[in-house]
Design a protein around this ligand. Structure first.
Ligand SMILES: [Zn+2]
Length: 128
């Protein structure tokens, strides 16, 4: 009887079947790269690179979206400010030239309309 017990040999296929399924899904190829070639699995490396690329692209897309939204918000804020200033001028002018409120005239109605528009604009802006 042989005194030395040799370690049981198993095939790559048997070894791969006992291991967790790798990210690439190719158990045999994956463990062949690691055990027999001695390098990390290129399929897994590529998968990881692609996932990182997608993360980077999403991050960049988010940055661009935020920059566009910020620029857009500033643009609309400026437009709204111009329009509200115009409404204030209409309110002031029609108030000065009107015979209202003692004797309401068309200018008084224009003044009230401009006040309503200005208040609506401000309440919409404040809701945001
Ligand atoms: Zn792999």
């Amino acid at each position: 009887m042989w005194p030395f017990k040799t370690e049981p040999k198993i095939t790559l296929e048997e070894y791969a079947a006992q291991q967790p399924v790798p990210p690439c899904g190719d158990s045999l190829g994956h463990y062949e790269w690691i055990l027999q070639i001695g390098m990390s699995c290129p399929k897994c490396a590529k998968k990881k690179r692609n996932e990182q690329k997608e993360i980077d692209e999403n991050r960049m897309a988010e940055k661009i979206t935020n920059a566009v939204n910020k620029a857009s918000n500033n643009y609309y804020k400026e437009k709204i400010a111009v329009l509200e200033t115009g409404l204030e001028s209409i309110i002031d002018l029609s108030h000065d030239k009107s015979t209202g409120p003692a004797v309401p005239d068309t200018l008084w109605e224009i003044r009230n309309l401009a006040i309503t528009l200005l208040n609506n604009s401000r309440s919409v802006v404040n809701e945001r």
